[in-house]
Design a protein. Structure first.
Length: 91
């Protein structure tokens, strides 16, 4: 998935994570994601004419995917925990 295709989910996941979970951690993860994507773009441009395996783009792509998934899953888990805690009443 290229950078433009990731932007929509990145914006939504970062915003929701920062609102519902932790703004500082969300900001830090977003900053690291942006750095990784910038390094990916530099490597992609510099490796013109090389084979896919020689480009070694997964060095930046895989950690960016992990960050995006951490933002999304962290938000989902936190919201579900909040819903469960609000519906369960302990006597």
């Amino acid at each position: 998935m290229n950078q433009v295709e990731q932007m929509g989910s990145f914006y939504v996941a970062t915003l929701l994570f920062s609102l519902f979970v932790n703004g500082r951690v969300g900001g830090l993860l977003a900053f690291v994601w942006v750095l990784l994507r910038r390094c990916y773009a530099n490597r992609y441009r510099a490796s013109a004419g090389k084979s896919f395996m020689a480009k070694n783009l997964s060095t930046y792509t895989v950690p960016a995917y992990f960050i995006l998934n951490a933002l999304a899953v962290g938000t989902i888990v936190h919201v579900i925990r909040g819903l469960i805690a609000s519906t369960v009443s302990f006597v």
